[in-house]
Design a protein around this ligand. Structure first.
Ligand code: RIB
Ligand code: CA
Length: 306
């Protein structure tokens, strides 16, 4: 069976690092391009972190830098969760700069998508600024995009604001443009991210899984997305898990809009499960995940990262 071509848009970010590892070592995904966007930390840091990870993993995937700030919102990072550099806790090698393209991420995505003999899946696990710019500048790429599988949003409450999840809340206008793109979308939001947990006993098992496992363990000790003792939230791995093992998730096709003008709710993904807004469904929303099966899947996937 041929590998599924994907482009990952990311902001490493400790949970991004694990999601990238699983995707890159998977025998089902062909990661054609990795694009970076400001989010967990600055564009410079997330790009350096991506290049460090690829050097550490020994994976020569091209990388292209994207947007350094949201379309309209002021940029606010999540260094309180991921540390100042975005991947504190482990001593990585220098960034593998020869993998960095001179092209902007949007132009690199356009080229890779249009060159691909089969439709490409976009996997954004960060703010959606690059995707919004891509669709605005080059709408023709939609013809060769299979679907968008994102980590983002929430059918319940937020983790950046009262009702806004970080990736959506960082750039709500970009998110609205993506949800209005007309492309098939899978939204793996907080409703599953908060249940995709790694417990201390898992971390001890993972630590013994070679150098990537040891890296994961040390990053987990620094990560503030949850707690090492009560469970660390593997948000971004939910998007990869959906690609590789979709039956972990309970989903519903529904309409998702993004609140832009709410004085207290801007960045909220309005997930209209009961059809009050009478709009056509535009996304498949992950509403629940089998947490125990996710733990098994996550460790099996990491065991392949050697
Ligand atoms: O809300 C969680 C998301 O925000 C994850 O993608 C995490 O890496 C941060 O970007
Ligand atoms: Ca992320």
């Amino acid at each position: 069976m041929s590998k599924r071509p994907v482009i990952i848009d990311t902001d490493p970010g400790i949970d991004d690092a694990l999601a990238l590892a699983i995707a890159l070592f998977s025998d089902e995904l062909d990661v054609r391009l990795i694009t970076t966007v400001a989010g967990n930390v600055s564009l410079e840091h997330v790009t350096d972190n991506t290049l460090r990870l690829l050097g550490f993993f020994g994976k020569d995937v091209p990388v292209a830098k994207g947007a350094g700030e949201p379309l309209l919102e002021a940029f606010v990072d999540a260094s309180n969760v991921h540390g100042k550099t975005g991947m504190e806790g482990y001593d990585f090698p220098e960034p593998k700069r020869e993998l960095l393209l001179s092209e902007h991420a949007v132009n690199a995505m356009r080229r890779v998508i249009l060159e691909s003999p089969e439709p490409v899946t976009l996997v954004p696990i960060a703010a959606l600024t690059n995707l919004a710019l891509l669709f605005a500048m080059y709408p023709e790429v939609k013809e060769n995009i299979r679907e968008i599988v994102m980590m983002g949003g929430s059918a319940s409450r937020g983790n950046k604001g009262v009702m806004s999840e970080f990736n959506i809340g960082t750039d709500p206008e970009a998110a609205q443009m993506v949800f209005q793109s007309g492309l098939p979308i899978v939204m793996a939001g907080l409703d599953v991210g908060l249940k995709a947990l790694v417990y201390p006993e898992d971390s001890e098992e993972i630590r013994k899984m070679g150098k990537v496992g040891d890296m994961a363990y040390h990053l987990f000790k620094r990560y503030r997305g949850g707690s090492f003792q009560t469970g660390l939230k593997m948000y971004d791995s939910c998007a990869i898990a959906y690609l590789l093992c979709p039956d972990l998730f309970e989903t519903a096709e529904t309409y998702v809009g993004v609140e832009l003008r709410g004085s207290m709710t801007a960045g909220c993904t309005v997930v209209d499960l009961k059809g009050y807004l009478k709009r056509e469904p535009n996304a498949r929303v992950c509403l629940d995940v089998d947490g125990e099966r996710f733990r098994v899947w996550f460790k099996e996937a990491l065991a392949k990262c050697i």
